[in-house]
Design a protein around this ligand. Structure first.
Ligand SMILES: [Mg+2]
Length: 417
């Protein structure tokens, strides 16, 4: 029988930092959001201190000092690069994978026996740990939702969990709906109001009642939880639309500043479109094109990356665009065309964002103010120029680690004595 697997990197940003700081392997570590505002990744030791995700850093500064917590600013150059290495390894071993976020990928696997599957997934886990240094958790189950649940089960144990339908039958009475992927705070509250506390409650509720209260998403979730796939990893990819904004220049340019300005324009357009359709993008690609009929035809190219979390925030997208532009820009090459493509598009109420809600709210307010003003006074009455964006991103990275894997200057040195 075909099962669906999820490979999930444990405490991903923290684990990336630990690759180059093995002294921190069993010590409390956190990573802060952009601008060092809030906590976006916690090591197990910090989770055990009871510090929740998304807490403003200043609120826990004293507590962290006492507990000897090591603090890092976000270093997305490092995280993107390590993510790519992990995903490349998984792709090599598993064939097709569906990358769901910066640290998660779904895949399909034929389940011959539970024991065999465990051996294979343990092999993969060991391989990634040894070659890249990132600890993974695997969940294998009949549906994506159950695979996600399974991946949490052995996070602190073997890291490999295979959930069969029989195994799930025995558990679902004691699993609360709030533990299920996609069931956020508001949905949990609504479920409580209808006395749907456990998965068993939800599955035994009348189908038409579920549809009436929770709509088509409710019936899909029921199907997923009873072991019948309502979504497939590759299905989503096929369905997924993307948003593209691109244009050729009338004259070529060799200036990185001009290219970045143009990319910023397209990023603003594309992210505006995301916000107006209440969606977020998980992946961004940029294009720097040269004249097709010239000696520069082989120059230029595209670069893409998975975002740390799905977003429609122009500032977050601009930051990534700039990073990508630097990776493909070549001095003295005349460029003719730039473009931005946003993909892996999901609805704005995407469950992953629950984690970031306190921090994201203000950003979204800023974006919606800009959208409102531009709608009434005309497009580009307010723009987030590079100046504004530089300012918001180049300060307050007080605890940033080196870009160990993407910058020659930051490569670790080994002292041989
Ligand atoms: Mg993870």
């Amino acid at each position: 029988m075909k099962y669906i697997g999820l490979a999930d990197c444990n405490n991903f940003f923290v684990s990336c930092e630990r690759v180059f700081r093995p002294d921190l392997w069993d010590k409390p570590v956190v990573v802060l959001s952009s601008n060092d505002g809030a906590i976006v990744a916690r090591s197990q030791e910090v989770k055990e201190l009871g510090v929740p995700m998304g807490v403003p850093y200043f609120k826990v500064r004293d507590e962290f000092e006492k507990a000897g917590v090591t603090i890092f600013s976000s270093n997305f150059d490092l995280y993107s690069d390590i993510s790519k290495r992990v995903m490349d390894t998984l792709r090599e071993e598993l064939g097709v994978i569906y990358q769901y976020s910066v640290d998660e990928s779904f895949f399909k696997m034929e389940l011959k026996s539970v024991a065999e599957a465990k051996v294979e997934l343990t092999r993969l886990k060991t391989l990634v740990q040894k070659n890249i240094g990132i600890p993974l958790s695997f969940g294998l189950a009949p549906t994506m939702t159950l695979a996600k649940y399974a991946s949490e089960l052995e996070k602190r144990g073997s890291g490999v969990s295979v959930l069969t339908l029989e195994g799930w039958e025995n558990q679902k009475n004691s699993v609360s709906m709030s533990e299920i992927w996609g069931v956020g705070g508001a949905t949990t509250k609504k479920m409580r109001e209808h006395n749907l506390i456990t998965v068993a409650d939800f599955l035994s509720a009348d189908n038409s009642r579920v549809e009436k209260i929770f709509g088509v998403n409710g019936t899909r979730l029921r199907s997923e939880l009873s072991g019948i796939p309502a979504k497939m990893p590759e299905g989503d990819e096929v369905k997924q639309k993307s948003i593209m904004s691109t244009r050729s220049f009338s004259k070529t340019t060799t200036s990185l500043a001009v290219l970045e300005e143009a990319l910023a324009y397209h990023t603003a357009r594309a992210s505006e479109e995301l916000r107006s359709s209440h969606t977020k993008a998980g992946k961004i690609s940029i294009l720097l094109g040269t004249n097709r009929y010239s000696e520069w035809v082989l120059q230029g190219g595209t670069a893409e990356s998975m975002l740390p979390y799905p977003t429609n925030d122009t500032i977050v997208l601009l930051r990534e665009v700039e990073r990508l532009a630097h990776t493909i820009y070549t001095k003295d090459v005349p460029y003719k065309k730039v473009g931005v493509v946003l993909s892996q598009i999901t609805a704005d109420d995407h469950m992953q964002l629950d984690l970031f809600s306190s921090q994201k709210e203000d950003d979204n307010k800023l974006m919606s103010v800009i959208d409102t003003v531009n709608k009434s006074l005309g497009r580009d009455s307010i723009t987030i120029g590079r100046a504004r964006y530089k300012e918001s991103w180049s300060h307050n990275h007080n605890f940033r680690s080196q870009r160990y894997t993407t910058s020659w200057n930051d490569i670790p040195r080994v002292n041989l004595k």
